[in-house]
Ligand binder design. Structure first.
Ligand code: SF4
Length: 178
């Protein structure tokens, strides 16, 4: 499969964490429970600052650029990820990890741990608590990715045709469904 190939010859983990779940669905599926996110009803959008800066953690070799940053009254910075599609019942797991990675990077950059992040879908926004559990799950996932990136080939670990249909690397993947 394609992972060993494109990955990660580049030296760090690109924060296309949306790809995470295409790759590793189910591995953490029975985890302690990701936060589902609570719906935001307030018009927080007016206070959002666009962000053009990519944040980088050389230790984790993790880079990412939240779409927006919101400064809270306590000085903490809340990352916001914008998704073009309509909101699911709860945020997708891949989106949760992407947001968790942004929380990690924002904390590293500003020195204050955000209590939550925000996923803004087309029609609804979710606030997702940046819990210790979510943080640990993120670190486990990054460790797992790092270990697997040296494998010449990895087997697909899901049977989700829909996932392959929407996968950004399907054209190069020898294990795609359909
Ligand atoms: S096409 Fe399917 S199997 Fe291949 S990387 Fe994408 S989601 Fe995984």
């Amino acid at each position: 499969m394609i992972w060993g190939g494109y990955a990660l010859g580049f030296g760090f983990l690109l924060l296309a964490l949306a790809l995470f779940l295409w790759w590793r669905s189910g591995v953490l599926a029975d985890q302690a429970g990701l936060p589902g996110g609570r719906i935001l009803y307030s018009d927080t959008g007016s206070a959002w600052m666009t962000n053009d800066e990519a944040f980088y953690d050389p230790h984790l070799r993790l880079v990412g650029k939240p779409d927006y940053l919101v400064e809270e009254t306590d000085g903490s910075i809340v990352p916001v990820e914008i998704k073009a599609g309509r909101a699911p019942t709860e945020p997708y797991e891949s989106h949760l990890y992407q947001l968790a990675a942004y929380c990690w990077l924002v904390e590293r950059e500003y020195g204050i741990r955000p209590s939550h992040g925000i996923i803004q879908y087309k029609d609804r926004a979710f606030a997702v608590d940046y819990t210790d559990e979510l943080r640990e799950d993120l670190l486990d996932l990054l460790t797992e990715m790092r270990e697997d990136m040296f494998e010449p080939e990895l087997d697909r670990d899901h049977n989700d045709w829909n996932r392959c249909a929407h996968c950004g690397v399907a054209s190069a993947c020898t294990q795609r469904l359909g």
